[in-house]
Ligand binder design. Sequence first.
Ligand SMILES: Nc1ncnc2c1ncn2[C@@H]1O[C@H](COP(=O)(O)OP(=O)(O)OP(=O)(O)O)[C@@H](O)[C@H]1O
Ligand SMILES: [Mg+2]
Length: 247
Amino acid sequence: MLNIKNLHAKIEDGAEILKGINLEIKPGEVHAIMGPNGAGKSTLSSVIAGKEDYEVTDGEIFFEGKNIIEDAPEERAHKGIFLSFQYPVEIPGVSVTNFIKAALNENRKANGLDDMSAKEMLSEIREKSELLGIKKDFLSRSLNEGFSGGEKKRNEIFQMLMLNPKLAILDETDSGLDIDALRIVSEGVKHFKNQGNAVLLITHYQRLLNYIQPDFVHVLADGKIIKTGDKSLALELEEKGYDWLLN
Ligand SMILES: Nc1ncnc2c1ncn2[C@@H]1O[C@H](COP(=O)(O)OP(=O)(O)OP(=O)(O)O)[C@@H](O)[C@H]1O
Ligand SMILES: [Mg+2]
């Protein structure tokens, strides 16, 4: 599904941040990326999603067999790549519901589909919001305006479930969640997951991986993947930290 080869990227006029990333994600897989602060994890997710703050200086990103390096962020989203935000933006005056309706229909349009019927939209919204314990009045609030940390994260998972992407990249969706919210968000991800899609989870904590079992755990440090293992690697990192890998 996603195949990243020797990816190098830097900020415009800045230092290199990604220094040769290789990563292959197949349908049905869950990959976790862990690693020290400032290693380049969020940069990697931004570069996969096509954010324009970064310049790819070498390497390739294939999504479903096609090189997407030249594609704009919207095109990548239309192809089925979803990125949650570590720091979500506020959009005053646009409600949670209207935002997701517009995003969903835009996606459908780009894929040659008609708008979702109002009835279907309503039932989708109802089903997904109930699953995540999102209350009705929350859906009519302005996007991210005054949302608590946990509400933002829950809304990201709501967006993911509604958009039903092929590849969901979740950047620190677990940070700042209380125990119940963590469980709800994890249930949402589990509900989303099937044999045809994939999840790339960026996290600092092993505990999310107790709920969502990863097939692979990668350690990203200083712009490179320095170790790959299975879920036991996350436990080992929790116990030993990163130092033993860095030297
Ligand atoms: N737009 C930018 N402008 C300047 N520096 C940037 C920019 N984006 C990333 N960097 C720098 O690149 C490095 C990697 O940042 P990145 O956000 O990818 O790290 P991270 O692994 O996600 O860290 P954290 O675990 O703290 O979220 C950092 O040193 C950061 O300051
Ligand atoms: Mg980050």
